[in-house]
Design a protein around this ligand. Sequence first.
Ligand code: GDP
Ligand code: MN
Length: 393
Amino acid sequence: MKIQEADAKTLLLAQGLPVPPWEVARTVADTRAAADRFFAAGNEMVVIKAQVLVGGRGKAGGVKLARSAAEAEAVAGAILGMSIKGITVRKVLVAPAADIVREFYLSAVLDRSARRILLMASAEGGVEIEQVAVDHPEAIVTLHADPALGLMDWQARALAFRLGLGAHLRQAVGIAKGVVRTMLANDADLVEINPLAIVRERAADGSTVERLAALDAKVTIDDSALARHPELEAMRDLDEEDPTDLEARAAGISFIKLDGTIGCMVNGAGLAMTTMDLVKRAGGEPANFLDIGGGARADKVAAATRLILADPNVRAILVNIFGGITRGDEVARGLIEARSVQERSVPMVVRIVGTNAEEAQRLLRAANFQTAVSLDEAARKAVAAAGSAGAAA
Ligand code: GDP
Ligand code: MN
């Protein structure tokens, strides 16, 4: 699960990282009011940033500075409603603008092959790390953190020195260790701070001081670990959630949309993968991966049918059910029910074996469904049906 910058910053703050204050606003008026509060607190400039779950907002014009309330209003008017990589901006983050001296990159990812957290850092921050990896791979410092011990002080110190952050050693060590703690505490897949910046601030006596601050934050949570973090559920951004993904989750169905024309409804992840392979072998392209799970009942079958038909590319549906806990007749009833209410007529080829398969066959034949006995036959029939449906369309 991806979360917005503001939520990612909340998780970093909880681990003690230096994050400048911020407010989130959904309207121009609220943005202006938030900016006003930062000006009243003595800041000369604010930064206004689009909150969308994609990177490169700065380049796309979604990060802008403002020196007055009027300017903040104008900037908010331009950013709210704009589209960044196809996503409409519905909210912005407002924060005091930092006086940046230098930008660094710092991230932690799960290195599955090493079974460790991998820290990556670079003194070439701000720009996209992928570009740094291509142009100056030597500028990226990497090291592994122990999953049980976290990042050790000596490792964090070595990292800081290699980045040239010796003058900010204590803060850099705290930040690197905090990033690893953020990974562990939230079961995150990714924690990224880009830029981690040396910023110039005015002290109370008028002198200037330099310190590190996390100016941007990106955190992705491992979906499979979300059950352990009910507190993170509130960070799910429904604004950016695909409606199909929402319905699939609500129905308890694993669904991944693909680009083909054959909708697949299968029980069991392994059988779903096999079904997709056989569709390909028969010359078709699967439109989705769909596992309705064990013991699926009629209402789940109806939900799965809706999910598949929501994709306008679907020309035929292949249903492949191995009845174990799942009862074949229950699935057949679900299919008949679903077809009676579906808005679009799409040919359906059904293969049901196992528990109550005979009863399922009888029901499906009576309702004029195309059925198949073997999986190969079902795949061939579905591909043929999609071909003729495509030609007719
Ligand atoms: P991204 O483009 O989506 O990664 O958004 P960022 O938050 O990283 O902002 C992009 C760039 O805008 C940063 O690399 C900075 O150069 C600049 N920027 C962001 N925040 C500030 C700020 O507070 N002050 C100044 N001067 N520049 C900022
Ligand atoms: Mn960034």
